[in-house]
Write a protein that binds this ligand. Structure first.
Ligand SMILES: [Fe+2]
Ligand SMILES: [Fe+2]
Length: 264
């Protein structure tokens, strides 16, 4: 089993990058299941049903979200009908949408779980206890289990990796929009990466127009942030799993830049 997990897709530039890169990814990794984080897909804030459909049509099998899940009002009209789109599982009980889902791949079923960290983010339920609950409910039914831990603090993400080592196939991070270089397979077979990075404007600040962000830091006054319109970069991770154990065999970072990307 092979999976390509694509980092937070940010705004129209991010969607353009996805359209540019996906054909090459599909040629190079024809067997890989494609999963993406879509929490910033609509103008940097949330996702719409139309955008989700575009992602599915391009071959994305499932979409994870994060702290921007509710930014588009229309999310409430469709999230309950979505089986391939998940929001963090540790949002309060009764929150619309699913926190985990089962994705069907040729090699078998994948349990995909979305969690959100609590360090420098709103105080929601405990992601560690929540993932224990989900795994207990799953009762070993799924060979492949992939966790998107949407969190700010590197320590919290690394802690989750070690906490789940040997119990899930992979723990990958999203949210910071900066790809980390710490991809590894832990001793009991769980592939880990603190943050996958992003798909979107390369020369902004985390995807936002940089002058506004700098102005905010310099003046401390309220400033409206808009998604940057410049060139893109594309960050993802490729992970290969053993089909008898479901544990990871290799993990590799993927990085493309609009200037050097050549359609393969
Ligand atoms: Fe994000
Ligand atoms: Fe986020």
């Amino acid at each position: 089993m092979q999976v390509i997990f694509i980092g937070d897709i940010v705004g129209s530039v991010g969607r353009k990058a996805l359209r540019a890169v996906l054909p090459a990814i599909k040629t190079q990794y024809p067997r890989a299941l494609l999963i993406a984080n879509g929490e910033n897909a609509a103008g940097g804030r949330g996702i719409t049903q139309q955008i989700a459909r575009e992602f599915y049509e391009q071959g994305i099998s499932a979409i994870t979200l994060g702290n921007h899940t509710w930014d588009q009002k229309e999310i409430f009209d469709f999230i309950d009908d979505e089986s391939r789109m998940i929001r963090p599982a540790n949002f309060p009980e009764g929150t619309p949408g699913l926190g985990s889902t089962v994705v069907k791949a040729k090699e078998g079923e994948v349990l995909l779980i979305n969690l959100q960290g609590r360090t420098f983010l709103p105080p929601i339920d405990c992601p560690f206890r929540k993932v224990d609950e989900i795994l207990e409910e799953a009762q070993g039914r799924y060979k492949y289990i992939i966790v998107d831990f949407h969190a700010e603090a590197t320590s919290e993400k690394i802690a989750m990796g070690w906490y789940l080592d040997g119990r899930v196939s992979a723990v990958v991070g999203t949210h910071t929009h900066v790809q980390t270089h710490d991809e590894r397979i832990l001793p009991h077979g769980t592939a880990c990466l603190t943050d996958i990075g992003m798909v979107g404007p390369r020369d902004g600040i985390l995807g936002m127009e940089r002058n506004a962000v700098i102005q905010k830091f310099v003046t401390q006054l309220p400033v409206r942030f808009n998604v940057d319109e410049g060139k893109w970069h594309f960050h993802a991770v490729f992970i290969e799993f053993n089909d008898s154990t479901g544990l990871a065999e290799s993990i590799k970072l993927i990085r493309y830049d609009e200037d050097s990307f050549i359609f393969a």
